[in-house]
Design a protein around this ligand. Sequence first.
Ligand code: F6P
Length: 552
Amino acid sequence: MSETNTQGTPRLDQRPEWHALAKHRDELAGTHLRELFASDPERADRYTLQVGDLHLDYSKHLVTDETLGLLRELAAATKVFDLRDEMFRGERVNLTENRAVLHTALRAPQSATIEVDGQNVVPGVHAVLYKMTVFADRIRSGEWTGHTGKRIRNIVNIGIGGSDLGPAMAHEVLRPYTDRGLTVRFVSNVDGADLHESVRDLDAAETLFIIASKTFTTIETITNATSARQWLLGQLGAGEEAVAKHFVALSTNAEKVAEFGIDPQNMFEFWDWVGGRYSYDSAIGLSLMVAIGPEAFRDMLAGFHLVDEHFRTAPPERNAPLLLGLLGIWYGNFHGAQSHAVLPYSHYLSRFTAYLQQLDMESNGKSVDRSGRPVDWQTGPIVWGTPGTNGQHAYYQLIHQGTKLIPADFIGFARPVAELGPLAGQHDLLMANFFAQTQALAFGKTPEEVRDEGVPEELVPHKTFRGNHPTTTILATELTPSVLGQLVALYEHKVFVQGAVWNIDSFDQWGVELGKVLAKRVEPALTEGVDVPGLDPSTTALVAKYRELRGR
Ligand code: F6P
């Protein structure tokens, strides 16, 4: 295989910076975090960053100043910041779809100018935000009523992937900021159980469906939206004229929205330069805006923008998304780590990692480079995790004493949510776990320490913790809409950095398309028993078994 890609630049693993990192990894092998801390009393202070409200501690990583310098040299050699600037400028950095990538424009101030093909997109962004604001206020105030004149009290967002995970996650995070008089639900699964369980106790006359789909062709969403329309009209005993008061659409595809029967007046637009998994701060966030109100939504956008500006302007040594991206590369490409855990110590962040799974794994789950050639290096990690302390009583055992290297992010807050009242007293215990875990993971427990506790010799190996497990700690004062925006933007840009170094297109998702096409082909085999050409023998037999069990 040639050592350059089609643009004439050396392949990543042939670069001198890559070799330097591999050599450095070998030199550092066997160095324990205990030694790194002992040899540098300033380490805990020096290895921190402040970005907006986020305090980042990266001292518990298996790195030295030299490691960080070499990683930054790799970033410089792979021109991460050049690609960043192209993205912010609106150039078509999504090569395979020939599209600009401008989620950063969704949170740009009104005064900004960001051009795609010579057109400033910022006025359009703010026009949609204004339309969303007017609509959200009308729902929240009770001015918008349903077909029978009743006030809307239930919002059901129907969407999948990026048209579900973002608003669903953010609604969960910002529950304390929501209007508690509204019931907000999210339906994504084409399994009818999802819609059934979401609407079974709702009064249709008080229910608004928000159909969220960038393309408005996604089969799961269109199937659920069609069923929701039937349910609503059936419950109300009304004709199609009731749809206008109970259905709105969030999409880039006005034609398909109209075809479905939603008045284009009730469509909130976004654009092809917003990727699905980068879209919840666009019109896709309408359900969230209705729930938390336009002001809190704008605070969230300001949080995103703050980190966008940090990523765009901070020097490499102080640039948090760059740092987090490079640390992931250090473990994935030079230590063989396969996964990355994100462990929030906040119940409200319970869906945060699920959201990050799409953001990271759909973006960087690629195995060809930007010019279509297979990559010989690991790309995106498996992202996983659930809120602490629940995880501690489930899978932390493997992180502490298993055989795998699992870098982890710990996210926590100094203040509990005000609304918790007397339950806020539990917060210190939650956070005591937060701090104790990262200490135990980094420093472990030596056999000598175990023996000193009087543990019988045969149990010493079992009770010894090797430690040396790397973690990042992200600490903020409290979980506000702005802090959520900051956190999401931090991860968005981290994913960008990694994609840039790996030289992959982080903005397409062709792998998902194949599944969509195949499902459409297989369906007639299940329903009508028709022969589907190209079905493999195993799948053919399974389909036959399914039909038998289904009584067909
Ligand atoms: O899962 C694939 C995908 O294309 C995602 O990228 C996207 O977020 C999701 O489907 C939903 O697509 P749409 O918003 O067009 O319905």
